[in-house]
Design a protein around this ligand. Structure first.
Ligand code: CA
Length: 269
């Protein structure tokens, strides 16, 4: 243990997680949020566990959720964790979520396992359906790509890059069940930490959307498919842009950040 040679390895690891030491990305990046296709707060503990296990992972531990939070994982929805614990990760304090605090909002170990919440899974080798990404570039693929995605998917991708950087999204392939209002299957893009604020657009069909450039250093992508009809899926690349630019002015961007969402005022680092 670099701090206290007498500490046990477990305590040391716990201490390192709680300290400034860089959280191993691969450990944190395997954490993702799941909700029932029928909406928020529909999963019992057994169901939440089954959701994660069905995808080859397991319910995230409190420590894994906190590790993910430290690299920017922010979700305003309480979910089951391992051992029947419930909570959610807050990076940016807000009046409407997390009681104005940051950290894991911890509801503790629930005695009643029939309560219905969302789920936090951990699976570093899972299919490409969500997680938190801090690299300077990455290509998101719809689950199962290049095969068609399956029915009843909900994936959240959280992009958190360095403070001062922006995120440039480029659609490489795009084919999502088409309907006029994108009610069936869709990809939504948010210029914010979560899918509550900063809505940029909802996309479906097989036309490649224009590039999108964030106003800050975070973005959230949400993909949802309903119970019937699938399609080819998508590949979306992001790269970071170091130099603050006048994103939103260019004709190739559809980002519509609010006026209080200006460069340099919004960041997690
Ligand atoms: Ca569909």
């Amino acid at each position: 243990c670099p701090f206290q040679p007498n500490f046990s390895r477990v305590l040391c690891w716990d201490m390192m997680l709680k300290s400034f030491v860089v959280v191993p990305t691969e450990r944190a990046a395997g954490v993702y949020h799941r909700e029932s296709r029928s909406g928020k707060y529909q999963l019992t503990y057994a169901e939440a566990k089954a959701v994660c296990e069905y995808e080859g992972g397991h319910l995230a531990t409190y420590q894994q959720l906190e590790a993910a939070r430290k690299i920017g994982f922010h979700v305003c929805a309480a979910g089951w964790m391992a051992k029947g614990r419930v909570g959610y990760p807050i990076v940016k304090a807000g009046a409407n979520c997390g009681f104005g605090r940051t950290g894991i909002v911890d509801y503790g170990i629930r005695l009643n396992r029939s309560e219905r919440w969302d789920a936090y899974c951990y699976n570093p080798n899972g299919k490409e359906c969500g997680g938190v990404f801090t690299d300077s570039k990455h290509v998101f693929k719809s689950p199962g790509y290049p095969n068609e995605y399956e029915n009843d998917q909900i994936c959240y991708w959280h992009i958190r890059v360095k403070y001062g950087q922006r995120i440039h999204l480029q659609f490489l392939e795009f084919d999502v069940e088409d309907d006029t209002a994108c009610m069936a299957d869709y990809l939504e893009i948010y210029d914010s930490y979560d899918d509550i604020s900063g809505f940029v657009g909802r996309f479906c069909g097989d036309e490649l959307p224009d590039d999108i450039i964030s106003t800050g250093n975070v973005m959230t992508l949400k993909f949802l498919s309903d119970a019937s009809v699938t399609a080819g899926g998508f590949q979306i690349r992001y790269v970071t842009m170091d130099v603050p630019s006048k994103a939103g002015d260019g004709k190739n961007t559809t980002s519509q950040g609010r006026t209080n969402f200006l460069s340099g005022k919004f960041g997690i680092m």
